[in-house]
Design a protein around this ligand. Structure first.
Ligand SMILES: C[S@@+](CC[C@H](N)C(=O)[O-])C[C@H]1O[C@@H](n2cnc3c(N)ncnc32)[C@H](O)[C@@H]1O
Length: 255
């Protein structure tokens, strides 16, 4: 954890200061009220302690080095991409929502950081083979169905150079409630939503309907991810279960 405290100290301070000053002054006041709802929701999530901790865990496992080239998949408004760029990593941020990429670009500019924003799909990456040293992602893959996740892993492998690393966090449990942990996680999520009152009840109802129609979020359990990483061609795959609904996975493209 020495690495984490030494090397992440500066970017974290930079981000915090910039978030309260440069972003607040230059783009926050002007553009936050008009942010699309989805973008505002992702940004709020990324500023909360749970996602900030996930960012630190991912970066600690990824061990980015200044000068490397990294891709952040499902980058949202830049939780990982801005931190990587702050560490001197040449960073590309991909998201399927143009509004996320636009917001990320605003934030990068306000922070004086360079991030290349790209609109695209995790399952069909618009990059040549072997073009990155590192691929990271946070809470994106559960938006893809199982076949899409498998395709996304094969794509991550393809764009990594031999020996390149993939590190990602995501919701990791089964909606089939196969294990005691699955049941605890779902009970906790549903309970939290129900306590929010009518808006939360509506979200539960909407999610149940979407899942029944096969259009909802599709978290996969840790064992599924481990198998899928190896099947996609990665080696040294590890998946660590976290205290909440999430898990963190890392793997390497064979040299
Ligand atoms: C929960 S947000 C997380 C954003 C960011 N990684 C973070 O940690 O703050 C999920 C993001 O994944 C993006 N996303 C979902 N499905 C995607 C896909 N198939 N390809 C690319 N991006 C996708 C969404 O637009 C959204 O920005």
């Amino acid at each position: 954890m020495k690495w984490l405290s030494r090397d992440l100290y500066l970017p974290r301070r930079l981000l915090r200061n910039a978030a309260s000053m440069a972003v607040g002054e230059r783009i926050g006041a002007a553009s936050t009220p008009t942010l699309p709802k989805k973008v505002a929701a992702v940004e709020a999530l990324s500023e909360g302690p749970a996602f900030q901790r996930l960012r630190d865990l991912i970066l600690a496992q990824a061990k980015p080095v200044a000068g490397e080239r990294a891709l952040d998949i499902g980058a949202g408004t830049g939780l990982l991409a801005l931190a990587l760029a702050g560490l001197g990593v040449e960073t590309v941020a991909l998201d399927r929502e143009p509004a996320m990429v636009r917001r990320l670009a605003e934030k990068a500019a306000a922070l004086g950081l360079t991030v290349e924003g790209v609109v695209g799909d995790a399952a069909a990456l618009p990059f040549p083979d072997r073009s990155f040293d590192l691929v990271v992602s946070n809470y994106c893959y559960h938006h893809l169905p199982a076949a899409g996740k498998e395709k996304a892993l094969r794509e991550a492998l393809r764009v990594l150079r031999p020996g390149g690393r993939l590190v990602f966090a995501d919701m990791m449990f089964s909606l089939r409630l196969a294990s005691g942990r699955d049941r605890r996680v779902v009970r906790r999520i549903v309970g939290k939503l129900l306590r929010k009152g009518p808006a939360g009840w509506l979200r539960v109802a909407r999610n149940v309907a979407r899942t029944a129609l096969g259009r909802g979020e599709e978290p996969a359990p840790p064992a599924w991810w481990e198998r899928a990483l190896l099947a996609a061609g990665f080696e040294a795959a590890t998946v660590e279960v976290l205290a909440h609904d999430g898990g963190i996975a890392s793997a390497r493209r064979p040299a």
